[in-house]
Design a protein around this ligand. Structure first.
Ligand SMILES: Nc1ncnc2c1ncn2[C@@H]1O[C@H](COP(=O)(O)OP(=O)(O)OP(=O)(O)O)[C@@H](O)[C@H]1O
Length: 332
């Protein structure tokens, strides 16, 4: 078995009939063991369908999914749909028993054949997810973020080889989200579990994933490691998924000092440097948006609007004139 044959899809398709026959079209991919792979794409691009096919919840109409060189069976071929070595967590934590304690929600999934092992496994997983202190609380008394942790603990206690996460942090507020993301990264490091996640959040996929797969209209547009894809996305679509970038035509780019060969120019906000200027009055600060440890400046030159990151908070106010320089840009 080669390293790349851990989990693989070969030419899988699933088209849902309708006005715009949508779904997943002829996808082939290899998921590396012990890594976090994130599937990103616009709404309706087929992310969830792909994840569900990898798990065996949807049968491909063409092609096949293989896990450790064996076919992943679809729901028609298996009594309990979903591969036994995989577990999936979505944003809907419906299968939690809200009136039972956290401990029982997790432990109840394990057999009673070895009570000591049952206790140890439950304790381990609650410790890994930093929720041992909540063990005796009823789920009904937990916050949305804590409930998501219970759902993940229930998946992990079964010691799956693959954990599939379909936007599991959607309902979780930012502070909770980051803690959970860190814990999952740590669990991957400690246990070697393989994670495949679907997410809309650029910050989340960039910080968590080892590999990104970009889906567009049911097909893989490109893939790569987050740093490389962020720095040099092959498509405008990817750049817009990964960052709130400035998109201009060649004439607008010229006003920013860019001589572009192609028709579309992309400038990330952090690639714009600004200096106060009393002589160059081309650009005016239209808005200063406080972002915590930095500011976003919305600059205007009469025709073009540009978003720039400013680390020197308080330096600019609405109406200031500014000189700007673009350090880097992408052309499409
Ligand atoms: N059971 C279904 N029946 C009909 N069409 C479906 C079904 N499931 C998905 N689709 C369609 O297939 C396309 C892909 O859906 P999917 O949920 O995989 O996309 P997604 O990228 O996960 O979207 P989102 O980010 O909005 O969740 C969409 O156009 C969707 O409407």
């Amino acid at each position: 078995m080669t390293e790349t044959s851990f989990l693989q899809a070969r030419g899988i398709s699933k088209i849902f009939p309708g006005v715009r026959a949508a779904g997943v079209k002829d996808i082939s991919l290899d998921i590396e063991q012990g890594k976090i792979t994130a599937i990103i794409g616009a709404s309706g691009s087929g992310k969830s369908t792909l994840l569900r096919m990898l798990f065996g919840l949807i049968s491909p109409e063409q092609g096949e999914v293989r896990f450790k060189d064996e076919r992943v069976w679809g729901p028609e071929e298996k009594l309990i749909p979903g591969h036994d070595s995989m577990k999936m967590v979505t944003q809907h934590t419906d299968d939690l028993n809200t009136f039972a304690k956290v401990w029982d929600n997790v432990a109840s999934l394990l057999p009673n054949t070895n009570l000591q092992a049952k206790k140890e496994k439950t304790e381990n997983v609650l410790t890994q997810l930093n929720m041992l202190h909540l063990a005796t609380k009823q789920v009904v008394d937990l916050s949305g973020g804590e409930r998501q942790r219970v759902a993940i603990a229930r998946a992990l206690v079964m010691q799956p080889e693959v954990l599939l996460l379909d936007e599991p942090f959607n309902q979780v507020d930012t502070s909770f989200r980051e803690g959970l993301q860190q814990d999952i990264r740590q669990i991957v490091k400690d246990t070697g579990i393989t994670v495949i996640m679907v997410s809309h959040d650029p910050a989340e996929v960039l910080s968590m994933a080892d590999e990104l797969i970009v889906l567009k209209d049911g097909e893989i547009l490109e893939k790569g490691i987050p740093k490389a894809l962020y720095a040099n996305p092959g498509y405008l679509y990817t750049a817009q998924l990964l960052t709130n970038c400035n998109v201009m035509d060649a004439a607008e780019a010229k006003a920013c000092g860019i001589n572009a060969d192609k028709s579309t120019v992309v400038v990330y906000p952090e690639w714009v440097t600004i200096t106060h200027s009393l002589t160059h009055k081309d650009w005016t600060v239209k808005q200063v948006l406080f972002k915590g440890f930095y500011e976003d400046l919305i600059l205007h030159n009469g025709h073009t609007q540009l978003r720039a990151v400013n680390q020197e908070k308080g330096k600019y106010k609405d109406g200031d004139t500014a000189n700007l320089k673009v350090k880097k840009w992408l052309e499409y």
